[in-house]
Design a protein around this ligand. Structure first.
Ligand code: GDP
Length: 355
């Protein structure tokens, strides 16, 4: 539950995120302070300590776990002379690398522009990509105002495009529903093995790697069950514990797939000590989507990594649970059977399955 999510956990996740973005962590700093400093976030002493660390380690970037105000970000950057990111900017960077569908890319760009808008300084640093060379600068207007205006119109433009795609997707979904094809959505914490499971179930090649956010866009594949029934299985974005709230809209596309699914497979990395915490954070997101009541199978993945039978037994006391290994192809037929039983309208009673 929430109370067990510590600063250390949060920093650990931040480190993983930074590594996913391609950074190498050379030092971690925390401060005990009731309230962050208005101007610099850190106190003066801490800033000095960090400044020395930067010299020692040759770090060229600092990532904050908390959200910084635009002015704090700028002040720290000027003070320390290195690039400053907060959690949101880091996640946006990863999204930008990972988005694959047209819609996903637009969503990320929109989030980036919204993030950039209040952060434009007189130098227009943030905007070199957008502002340059357009030549619409009015007389007497500052660069900053021009940049802001460009961003706003770009935001408008992207919002319209996304709206159009959304209508199209809605049509596709209605077609799917009228053709009576059932859908299953894979949900689960980032890195739990959703892409791998989708590959294993469908024999397709969805990109999987041992990094956070291997999956950003919904990817849908068809599976034929032994009953000859066809179901669509959709992979969804990796859930993380501390997702800045205003970034949730960047997930909209995949989240809507979750809302329209008939059945959810909650994929859990059983080899994680804090797997319960990860399950909780997924359920929290599902609750926000008002999908927490959907029929769900809890799929404990990576059981090939477990050398402790008792742990697995404990996990499988969770209702509607199954233990599998997507990678080692363990219990996948059984999982398919469970899906079949669900769609056959049987009273799905998932007994404890210990391999
Ligand atoms: P996603 O972020 O949930 O889509 O996770 P991925 O499918 O990208 O998998 C994350 C990592 O876990 C990859 O390195 C996979 O090879 C690995 N993985 C997935 N399933 C298993 C499994 O059953 N056993 C083991 N040992 N590793 C797995």
């Amino acid at each position: 539950s929430k109370s067990t999510w510590t600063i250390e956990d949060s920093l650990k996740e931040l480190e993983q995120l930074a590594e996913t973005a391609g950074a190498k962590i050379v030092a971690t700093v925390t401060q005990k302070k009731d309230r962050p400093d208005m101007a610099l976030f850190f106190g003066k002493g801490k800033i000095q300590e960090i400044s020395m660390l930067i010299q020692e380690t040759n770090a060229n970037m600092i990532v904050f776990d908390d959200e910084l105000s635009p002015s704090q970000q700028r002040n720290i950057e000027l003070m320390l002379g290195i690039k400053v990111l907060d959690r949101t900017a880091l996640i946006l960077d990863i999204f930008a690398q990972r988005a694959r569908s047209h819609e996903g890319k637009l969503q990320v760009e929109l989030a980036q522009l919204r993030y950039a808008l209040p952060r434009i300084s007189g130098q227009g640093l943030v905007l070199s990509r957008l502002g340059g060379g357009i030549g619409t600068r009015g007389p007497g207007e500052t660069k900053m105002e021009v940049d802001r205006r460009h961003i706003r119109s770009k935001i408008n433009d992207i919002e319209k495009q996304i709206e159009a795609i959304k209508k199209q997707r809605q049509l596709h979904r209605e077609n799917r529903e009228s053709s009576n094809i059932s859908t299953v959505a894979l949900v689960g914490y980032t890195n739990s093995g959703k892409s791998t499971l989708l590959n294993a179930l469908t024999g397709s090649d969805v990109f999987a790697e041992d990094k956070l956010f291997a999956t950003l866009d919904p990817t849908t594949r068809q599976v034929t069950l032994s009953t000859n029934q066809k179901v669509l299985i959709t992979d969804t974005v990796g859930f993380i514990q501390k997702l800045p709230h205003h970034l949730v809209s960047a997930f909209r596309a995949t989240l809507e797939e979750v809302q329209s699914a008939d059945l959810l497979l909650h994929v859990i990395d059983s080899s994680q000590i804090n797997y319960k915490q990860q399950m909780d954070s997924v359920v929290t997101v599902l609750r926000e989507l008002k999908t927490a009541d959907k029929p769900t199978l809890n799929v404990f993945n990576k059981i090939d990594n477990l050398n402790d039978d008792d742990t697995l037994k404990t996990m499988l006391t969770t209702p509607d649970s199954i233990g599998i290994s997507a990678k080692q192809n363990m219990n996948l037929d059984l999982l398919k059977t469970k899906i079949e039983e669900y769609f056959a309208g049987k009273n799905v009673n998932l007994e404890l399955l210990i391999p």
